[in-house]
Design a protein around this ligand. Structure first.
Ligand code: PLP
Length: 397
């Protein structure tokens, strides 16, 4: 009998499976609205001009190990990017550790909360959310519970707040700093203030999953508004999990950072040591290439300027595609209210169509999307948006 006899087959991750089916489809005009990766106006992956510039400089930086906590120039620049101008930064209260992209940042966060004795038994996530939140925090050993987040194309603020008010003591709250995945609905500033007040009153530990800073609005500062409100205005301790996958197009380089804001420099020093210890126990030390690119982008003034333009290029194109899809559906008089397409923001749009309609679009039109009816707006372009609108129109009639 096999040592693995008790193992149970785990079905493939549904979004990666959508990509697999898309890649295997031979139809010329197939459309991939599945995986959340930016595409240019020709439907092609886009190497950011700023990243090209940085790659020319990084060229041959060797193959040695990084320190356990990662490339210092990268960590400093990433921390400054979010926390510049804050008391937390001025007072050396931000501990950081380079991570294996945003996913690895969450992993380090979860492990470090445990090792540092943060009193968290339950991790609250949103319903719906990025599917890995549940898997990842459960695997670390937390109880994971969901708070209602979405109703009728909008953030369901009332239900969310009511559930948060009833949350367990000893908990952490995972918030999407901006560009909520999959709904594209973010709290307003006033709503964030109310959420923060509850977090503060209940002593809940805040975790910002920040996979889209700068990608959402084109401005990192604007996208980091909620983080700064919690950390600077309220003076709370918090964790920020960053990814440069979307904002620099460094998907495969796995470039990210966990930042933990503590209430004193002494505590931050301790937390930093625990972050490094969690790193050592899991991946030993982080990948070097993406960190060198990101550090070069952030630390070279003319490349940093180009990066700001690149963020605007990506966010503007996505916004334009939202508008085009919406306008097409309007002119087709497609049944239903589609205004959520233009009120939602970020990479994704939540279509709210049924599983049967989703599979109809795949079989008849070769249009691929997540089984939640989330579409990656970045997959749309002038060449396919009319086709997608017509297909949607057909599917919902
Ligand atoms: N968190 C959210 C909400 C995401 O949407 C993603 C990517 O899709 C991630 C984290 C992590 O991505 P990565 O590990 O590729 O940086």
């Amino acid at each position: 009998v096999s040592a693995f006899a008790k193992g149970v087959f785990v079905p493939p991750d549904s979004i990666f499976d959508v990509t697999r089916r898309y890649v295997g489809d031979e139809f010329a005009n197939k459309v991939n609205l599945g995986q959340g990766t930016y595409r240019d106006e020709n439907g092609k992956p886009w190497v950011l001009p700023s990243v090209r510039m940085a790659k020319d400089i990084v060229l041959d930086a060797g193959h040695e190990y990084l320190p356990i906590a990662g490339l210092p120039q990268f960590r400093d620049a990433a921390v400054r990017l979010v926390f510049h101008g804050t008391k937390a930064l001025a007072e050396n209260r931000v501990a950081s550790c380079q991570s294996v992209s945003g996913t690895g940042a969450l992993l380090l966060a979860g492990l470090t909360m445990k090792k540092a004795g943060v009193s968290v038994k339950t991790v609250y996530i949103t319903d719906p959310t990025w599917s890995n939140h549940n898997l990842l925090f459960k695997d670390i050993g937390y109880e994971v519970k969901s708070l209602p987040y979405y109703k009728d194309g909008k953030f369901d603020f009332e239900s969310y707040v009511a559930a948060l008010e009833a949350a367990n003591e000893e908990s952490a709250l995972v918030m999407h700093a901006c560009a909520h995945n999959p709904t594209g609905c973010d709290p307003t500033h006033d709503q964030w203030k109310k959420i923060a007040a509850i977090v503060q009153a209940k002593n809940i530990f805040p975790i910002f999953d920040s996979a889209y800073l700068g990608f959402n609005s084109g401005s990192v500062d604007e996208d980091a508004w909620a983080i700064k409100y919690f950390v600077e205005d309220l003076g709370l301790e918090a964790c920020v999990c960053m990814s440069f996958a979307k904002s620099m197009g460094l998907y495969g380089e796995r470039t990210g950072l966990t930042a933990m804001v503590a209430n004193s420099a002494d505590t931050a020093r301790t937390v930093g040591s625990i972050l490094a210890n969690s790193q050592r126990a899991t991946i030993s030390n982080p990948p070097v290439y993406g960190a060198r690119i990101a550090a070069t982008v952030l630390n070279t003034p003319e490349i940093a300027e180009q990066w700001k333009k690149d963020l605007v290029t990506m966010s503007t194109r996505i916004l334009a595609m939202r508008k085009k899809l919406f306008d097409e559906l309007q002119s087709l008089k497609t049944p239903g209210d589609w205004s959520h397409i233009i009120t939602q923001s970020g990479m994704f749009g939540f279509m709210g169509i049924s599983p049967a309609q989703i599979s109809y679009l795949e079989t008849k039109y070769h249009i691929y999307m997540a089984d939640t009816s989330r579409i990656s707006i970045a997959g749309l372009n002038d060449g396919n948006v009319k086709y997608v609108a017509k297909a949607l129109d057909d599917a919902v009639r």
